[in-house]
Design a binder for this molecule. Structure first.
Ligand code: ZN
Ligand code: ZN
Ligand code: ZN
Ligand code: ZN
Ligand code: ZN
Ligand code: ZN
Ligand code: ZN
Length: 427
């Protein structure tokens, strides 16, 4: 009979089971014949742990004895935790996984039973854990609270200058810019003003800053500390007074030259003056009761660099026109460009008295003009003292004519003096 080994397995109750459907095999039922049983028990089989690596192979009847020593066969845990453990794994089980093993916590070193150790792990106060503020530090679990409150670089601390809260690792960078942080005075006084008060300190309070004398605009050149300035101001009142007085004199001169510049700018350069004579009745009355009452017009230039002229008017007449006519004259005044001009003055001058009648077609102006006589001394270049006499018309308009027409209206009279502008400048 062939002795090929067959596979059988052992159930948890210690019965052989059929490898096909795992139901217990009752040999007495299959093989009631003791001879057959004898034959079966004599057949050669592998150890039921053949697949796990046991190489044992012998008659079936010796299998049970082999299993008592087979290192792959499971037996009750030696520490009586109740687990069935293959003999070959027993040592590992007892050391690492048996709940009844004894073991020390790798962090605190305390000894625990296996199940207690599993509970202890994750709670051990000595186990290093990462800080929950993500500062990167690892501290023993029992010290985490202290770390978060006292040492963690991510804990919030108040800036000691402004009181705002910053994480501990940024508060000093903030402090370097904090507007309330004290900064040393750049003028090296002993004060340390807050950064946002430094400007005011330098401007108004710094005892070391040099300041200028209050009279600097008057010319005082003093420069010194605030204290020295106080002393200087007390001691220098005489000097300051002199400076202010000199300044006033300078300014008066400037004012004068400005005045004359303004006067120059307002001078008429057109060569034609329209002279407005207001308060006419009062002026006429005055002229009638006083001798030689002369009205003079504003001075005007014949052109920008031309002759300087002035008209004069005797309302009650003079010379041949006295008491019957209004006389009108032109005078040549000393001008700024006389040196460049052609002499004697040779331009035609005309006088126009405007008729202010409300209907223009009925208006009748009076016009008189003359070409200067080159031999007449009034037309020579004037000296510094202008000639009192002018040249013109003693009998310009009669008083009768003045009454007839509207030469005076609203107590105002207009007289135009016009110079022919051609060929005035000699150079
Ligand atoms: Zn075995
Ligand atoms: Zn165990
Ligand atoms: Zn521990
Ligand atoms: Zn931390
Ligand atoms: Zn701050
Ligand atoms: Zn200072
Ligand atoms: Zn001063």
């Amino acid at each position: 009979m062939a002795t090929l080994p067959i596979y059988v397995s052992l159930s948890s109750e210690g019965l052989f089971t059929s490898p096909v459907n795992a139901t217990p095999v009752d040999y007495a039922k299959i093989y009631p014949d003791p001879e057959s049983e004898k034959a079966i028990m004599g057949s050669v089989v592998y150890c039921i742990h053949h697949k796990e690596g046991c190489q044992w192979s012998d008659e079936l009847r010796k299998l049970k004895a082999h299993l008592n020593t087979c290192k792959h066969d499971a037996v009750l845990c030696a520490a009586q935790c109740g687990a069935m453990i293959p003999r070959v794994l027993m040592q590992d089980h007892l050391r690492y996984t048996c709940p009844r093993r004894r073991a020390n916590c790798e962090h605190c070193g305390k000894e625990f039973s296996g199940s207690a150790l599993e509970e202890h792990q994750g709670n051990c106060g000595h186990e290093p854990v990462y800080c929950e503020n993500k500062c990167g530090a690892k501290v023993q679990r029992r010290h985490t609270q202290q770390h978060v409150q006292q040492h963690c670089s991510k804990r919030l601390v108040p800036c000691r200058h402004c009181g705002q809260r910053y994480t501990q690792d940024t508060v000093s960078a903030h402090g370097a810019m904090c507007s309330r942080a004290p900064v040393p005075c750049p003028q090296r006084c002993l004060a340390a003003p807050a950064r946002d008060e430094l400007d005011a300190h330098l401007r108004d309070h710094c005892p070391s800053g040099s300041v200028l004398c209050t009279y600097k605009d008057a010319g005082c050149r003093f420069k010194g500390t605030r204290q020295a300035l106080e002393r200087h101001t007390e001691e220098s009142s005489q000097q300051h007074l002199a400076l202010v007085s000199a300044l006033a004199t300078r300014q008066a001169r400037q004012l004068e030259s400005l005045r004359s510049a303004v006067a120059r700018l307002s001078v008429n350069y057109t060569g034609a003056l329209v002279w407005r004579i207001s308060d006419w009745a009062a002026k006429m009355a005055e002229a009638k009761c006083k001798d030689g009452v002369e009205l003079v017009s504003p001075a005007f230039y014949t052109s920008q660099y031309g002759y300087k002229l002035q008209a004069s008017l005797f309302l009650n007449g003079n010379g041949a026109g006295e008491a019957s006519h209004m006389s009108v004259y032109i005078k040549i005044l000393p001008g700024e460009y006389d040196a460049l001009l052609r002499w004697p003055f040779a331009h035609t001058v005309s006088f126009t008295l405007f008729d202010q009648s409300s209907s223009p077609d009925r208006a009748c102006n009076i016009v008189e003009s003359f070409v200067p006589d080159p031999t007449w001394k009034n037309f020579q270049r004037p000296s510094k003292e202008p000639d009192a006499l002018g040249f013109g018309f003693p009998r310009f308009v009669s008083h009768e004519m003045l009454k007839k027409r509207n030469f005076v209206k609203d107590d105002v009279m207009f007289l135009r003096v016009k110079v022919d502008p051609s060929k005035i400048v000699a150079v």
